[in-house]
Design a protein around this ligand. Structure first.
Ligand code: MTE
Ligand code: CO
Length: 426
């Protein structure tokens, strides 16, 4: 019997050293220099426990949840903001997400009187007021109307509102996380209004929810007939309870408060209703005491989501992917610039293609970091040519009394140890 040399892996210093050198050399080009261990790595050389057994059967996850290693990618709240459970706000973990679609399970929530449970069988939508035929639709009625699917961001007008007076909350989740971006499926509101027949004097609609707060808002007829959707699906599945199951209004590009959840009534009228939600709330008091009102559209805004206070640079100097989100209620984002010196010099970031109108856009800036401190900022330009302002430029016009519509440029101070902090540059 002839002796054949066995094909055992060999870890002699010479051969292994050569392999490592060539792998590392290749990797250096692609990643800019990953570290390779000099000793054999059992994760490469040994058969691992998970490769020796059967994994879970398909019955284990009839509706899948994220793997347990990702359980910190969750909505979080700021304790001092949420005094009680019926007046709640939490924040999307934008620092830990990538791409543009927000998974429904971590899309922020804002409700004024809690999230209600409303079954499809109990659902009714009424259209009344200045219409030829007042109508009531069941959920099944709505399913028979032609529908569309569109991706849109929803941003609460109060997003970044806590930052008016200065840098406060340490993390993009808290400063900018009252935003989410989903693919909505619904009926153009125009079709339902046409079904009822809007009288010529009908210039406004009042939209109300079925929850105790009702969250009534007036919307000009022009917008109602333009691109609003009466939506029942988000990201392909039924709306989550907290996002308005079974039906919510989608008002693309306009402040989140108008996106009425658990939508129950649409009244057509000839003037706005001046509800609580559009007078004492969602109106800004200017420095001279006058009120800035009917500020529906969310202006262009952006934020670096990583690195950021919750996403420090752990790998030390070398390549770092700077990434973030940008959006505009007036259209698309045409350009995002990134600054590493607090706005003195700017570099154009890579915007991901195939972005949608009035939807989140993703940008990347691939940077080789030398380990020195950065004052990291992003600045969005939208399809109208509008450029995101600095916070100080906003304050010069709007004063410090505001809560809503803070779309100023955010600064993260990235220190040489990679940790980041919310700061402002003057
Ligand atoms: N609709 C009803 N019926 N009740 C509410 O409390 N909150 C509004 C709006 N629609 C609200 C509502 C506010 S202020 C915002 S920002 C969005 O819903 C939040 O939507 P989300 O919880 O799906 O993120
Ligand atoms: Co809101």
């Amino acid at each position: 019997m002839s002796e054949r040399p066995t094909e055992k892996p060999e870890f002699g210093p010479t051969r292994r050293g050569f392999l490592r050198a060539s792998v590392a050399g290749g990797a250096l080009v692609a990643t800019g220099g990953a570290a390779f261990a000099q000793t054999p790595d059992p994760l490469i050389t040994e058969v691992q426990p998970w490769a020796r057994v059967f994994g879970d059967g398909i019955d284990a996850t009839p509706y899948g949840m994220p793997i347990r290693f990702e359980t910190d990618v969750i909505r979080r709240n700021v304790p001092w903001l949420t005094a009680d459970v019926t007046s709640s706000i939490n924040f999307t973990p934008i620092h830990a997400l990538d791409g543009t679609i927000t998974p429904a399970g971590c899309g922020f929530e804002r409700h004024h009187s809690g999230a209600i449970e409303l079954a499809k069988e109990d659902y009714r939508l009424m259209i009344n007021g200045l219409v030829e035929t007042p109508l009531v639709f069941t959920y099944a009625d709505l399913e028979r109307f032609p529908r569309e699917s569109r991706v849109h961001f929803l941003e609460c007008a109060a997003n970044s509102g806590m930052e008016w007076a200065g840098a406060q909350l340490n993390g993009s989740q808290f400063t900018h996380g009252m935003v989410h971006n989903m693919e909505y499926t619904g009926i153009p509101l125009r079709l339902l209004l046409e079904e009822a027949g809007v009288k010529p004097e009908g210039k406004w609609i009042l939209v109300e929810g079925a929850d105790a707060s009702s969250n009534g808002r007036s919307i000009p007829m022009e917008k109602a007939l333009d691109d609003c959707l009466v939506a029942f699906k988000a990201n392909g599945e039924a709306l989550r309870k907290e996002h308005g199951y079974p039906v919510r209004l989608v008002v693309p590009g306009w402040e989140g408060n108008m996106w009425v959840k658990w939508l129950r009534r649409i009244e057509v009228g000839d003037m706005p209703w001046e509800t609580r939600e559009e007078t004492s709330k969602y109106t800004d008091t200017m420095a001279d005491g006058s009120a800035r009102k009917w500020t529906w559209i969310m202006d262009a805004k952006s934020v670096v989501t990583s690195p950021s206070p919750q996403m420090p640079i752990k790998s030390g100097p070398g390549p770092v992917v700077i990434t973030g989100l940008a959006w505009s209620g007036r259209g698309t984002i045409t350009r995002v610039d990134v600054s590493m010196d607090g706005g003195k010099t700017w570099h154009e970031a890579r915007l991901q293609p195939h972005s949608h109108d009035k939807a989140l856009h993703r940008f990347y800036f691939d940077h080789v970091w030398d380990g020195s401190e950065m004052l990291l900022q992003s600045r969005a330009t939208d399809s109208t040519g509008y450029v995101q302002p600095t916070k100080n430029a906003l304050r010069a016009i709007r004063g410090l009394n505001s809560v809503y519509h803070n779309n100023g440029i955010q600064t993260w101070w990235v220190k040489s140890d990679g940790e980041a902090e919310n700061v402002e540059v003057s």
